[in-house]
Ligand binder design. Structure first.
Ligand code: COA
Ligand code: AMP
Length: 635
């Protein structure tokens, strides 16, 4: 099929205001905008200045009013509890409006922050939409983060209220959330007035009188709340993501631009129509969950699937195919790591054959670089187009994709295809000049970013400017390196900062180093992301002990592993470290993490010209061998 993507992309860059004004006609406004793009505060831009609307109204009420009241809006499928629940648009609206009423009754008002720390249950979606309904700003924290990470977010957002649950369920393990929440509140300097706790039968939690309220009791008494009109430029949510230090960045999403861009993306990027079933197998704690479990499918009038489970082990590698077949999923989105896990357990795709996948049309992968083997395996066994696409928490929706709604482009495994309309992607050299096609450089996006992307960081305009806009003035720095090939296809190869991608989860090695360095026996340390067959990358710690420390190395390492679990969370997957004599550095003292990564991965490396003492690399090679790196190549 011929693709219209290049033509539309060109049009979107030549006349962005006309392009996005046309897209904005597809959403419901209380008041139309005065200006499509307000560039009076360059390099800060605002979309749909003067416009007034409500995000929840566009996700639910408009569909109930337009005849979709009895269509399923949300299907909750829990492989870990063996249950499923469905909500029509009418039912979901009822739940959301009542929970919004409960929040309002607790004094939550437009602009107040609400932290949501919930597992993958419908209440997470309800709480997010309820905040949007009353103009409160939600901040969802992924359940795999520990108390310190939660406390950092509480301190930065100063929430009026926190919504949480008694427990999450990971495979067969019940993880009590309440002790983590209580610990986080203890650590945080700003305390919320109230916590609303959903009691799950797998592990009920004791409530603290005067602070904690029971979700079910509260909802029973609540009156439904109406939508509160907000400015298009008002914040809808804050989502923290790893930055180059241990302090996460609070990505802000506005209401108007987000709504327009996400709704546009459903048809044009994903090729999905209202009434169809869309499933993003991610977590509401990540951007994919915000954008494509909750908001975009509901804006479009689709049925969205919320899956509590894993791709393997709940109970077997056929879990995804069961969900597709049970709920008639048309389009699915997940991370390549999930497919690597399935492929390892079911290399011949035997579980796929057990299910009727007649409804299934397209698979989208993102969150990390997708290796060709995984893409081709999925394509071969599923017999549907497998589309790799590239985006970031900051952008909120895809930057580079094969926009199947505009006509499918040929797939090149390893490339995310062409820039999506709205994104002026440039590959730059160190001086900020565009490089030739085929040459690798820093991938940047010429400002303005399209609607839906972050307008700034929460309470931190300066941090936004410094992290993203200062490297190449006039451009947004993606911190990804890559190139554009002779056909204009984008190849995103690696990060240019200290971020690693562990099972599709974005983590900062700098943040982990800060935790390790705080151990009393550690003089110096480095964390590098080494290749992992399933998770893509995993962090490995290299530790130099303080002079005079005379303890079993294994004992110290176990303490360090526990510290990362407690301070960052189990999601960091930090399980391996080695005690080394010294760390390789440049003459100016910079630790050679990139070289160490290549050694651990068993990849050839060039001796860095500025290395202080080349002998250390031989020592480090031995140290890596001692902990089993490089791994034997897999057949
Ligand atoms: N609450 C509490 N703990 C959590 C959690 C949550 N929401 N999510 C993960 N964890 C814990 C896990 O239990 C595990 O703990 P453990 O070290 O005690 O075993 C740890 O964090 C690492 O979890 P995970 O990275 O999920 O590894 P896994 O081995 O359990 O599963 C995969 C591996 C590949 C199956 C899994 O990572 C996966 O399905 N990934 C899909 C990726 C995805 O959804 N990415 C989002 C972007 S699209
Ligand atoms: P996150 O903010 O967690 O979505 O992570 C964003 C980062 O993941 C990007 O900056 C990339 O480094 C990486 N990433 C996401 N999708 C892709 C992709 N399709 N190809 C290559 N890298 C990707």
């Amino acid at each position: 099929m011929n693709s219209n993507q290049e033509t539309l992309h060109e049009r979107s860059l030549q006349a962005p205001e006309a392009f996005w004004a046309e897209a904005a006609e597809d959403v419901s406004w209380d008041r139309r905008w005065d200006k499509v793009l307000d560039d009076s505060g360059k390099p800060f831009y605002r979309w749909f200045e003067g416009g007034v609307l409500n995000t929840c109204h566009n996700a639910l009420d408009v569909h109930v009013e337009a005849g979709r009241a009895d269509q399923l809006a949300l299907v909750y499928d829990s492989a870990v509890t063996g249950t499923a629940r469905t909500f029509t648009y009418r039912e979901l609206l009822g739940e959301v409006a009542r929970f919004a009423g409960a929040l309002a009754h607790q004094g939550v008002e437009k602009g107040d922050r609400v932290v949501i720390y919930l597992p993958m249950i419908p209440e997470a979606v309800i709480a997010m939409l309820a905040c949007a309904r009353i103009g409160a700003v939600h901040c969802v924290v992924f359940g795999g983060f520990g108390p310190s990470e939660l406390a950092t977010r509480i301190d930065d957002t100063q929430p009026k209220l926190i919504v949480s649950a008694s427990c999450g369920i990971e495979g067969e393990r019940v993880i009590p959330y309440k002790p983590l929440l209580d610990e986080a509140i203890k650590l945080a300097s700003g305390k919320p007035d109230r916590c609303i706790i959903l009691q799950r039968p797998q592990a009920e939690a004791p409530l603290i009188p005067g602070r904690d309220l029971d979700w079910t009791d509260l909802l029973a008494e609540a009156e439904p709340a109406a939508c509160v009109p907000v400015a298009a430029t008002d914040p809808l949510y804050i989502l923290y993501t790893s930055g180059t230090t241990g302090i996460p960045k609070g990505v802000v999403r506005d209401n108007g631009g987000h709504l327009v861009a996400l709704k546009w993306s459903m048809k044009n990027v994903y090729g999905v129509e209202a009434g169809e079933v869309f499933w993003a197998a991610s977590d509401v704690g990540w951007v994919v969950g915000h954008s494509y479990i909750v908001y975009a499918p509901l804006f479009k009038g689709c049925t969205t699937v919320l899956y509590e489970g894993k791709p393997v082990g709940t109970p077997d590698p056929g879990a995804f195919w069961r969900v597709i077949s049970d709920h008639g999923v048309n389009v699915m989105f997940t991370a390549p790591t999930a497919f690597r896990a399935i492929k390892r357990e079911d290399p011949g795709g035997d579980h796929i054959k057990r299910y009727d996948l007649g409804s299934f049309r397209t698979l989208f992968l993102a969150g990390e670089r997708c290796d060709s083997d995984t893409l081709l395996w999925a394509q071969g066994h599923l017999s549907v187009p497998v589309i790799d696409h590239w985006w970031q928490t900051e952008t909120g929706w895809p930057i580079g994709a094969n926009c199947v709604g505009l006509g499918t482009l040929p797939v090149k495994p390893g490339s995310c295809a062409l820039p999506v309309p709205g994104y002026d992607v440039r590959v730059l050299d160190e001086a900020g000049r565009e490089v030739d096609r085929g040459e690798t450089g820093s991938v940047a996006i010429k400002l303005p970013l399209p609607p839906g992307c972050l307008p700034t960081l929460w309470n931190n305009d300066e941090g936004y400017r410094e992290s993203y806009l200062s490297a190449f003035p006039g451009n947004y720095l993606t911190a990804d390196a890559g190139y554009v090939d002779e056909d204009g296809y984008l190849w995103i190869m690696s990060r240019t900062d200290d971020i690693i991608n562990v099972a599709g989860h974005r983590l900062s090695t700098g943040g982990m180093e800060e935790v390790l360095a705080s151990h009393a026996d550690v003089a110096e340390c480095a964390v590098v992301g080494v290749s992992d067959e399933i998770k893509g990358e995993i962090p490995i710690g290299l530790i130099v002990l303080k002079a005079g420390v005379d303890r079993f190395e294994e004992e110290v390492i176990q303490e360090l592993v526990q510290m990362i679990r407690a301070r960052i969370g189990p999601v960091a997957s930090f399980k391996t470290a080695a005690v080394v004599k010294r760390l390789p550095k440049t003459r100016s003292g910079k630790i050679l993490r990139g070289t160490m990564k290549r050694i651990a991965d068993g990849v050839d490396y060039k001796m860095p010209a500025t290395i202080d003492d080349p002998v250390i690399l031989d020592e480090i090679t031995e140290d890596f061998l001692g902990i089993g790196y490089p791994k034997e190549p897999q057949s």
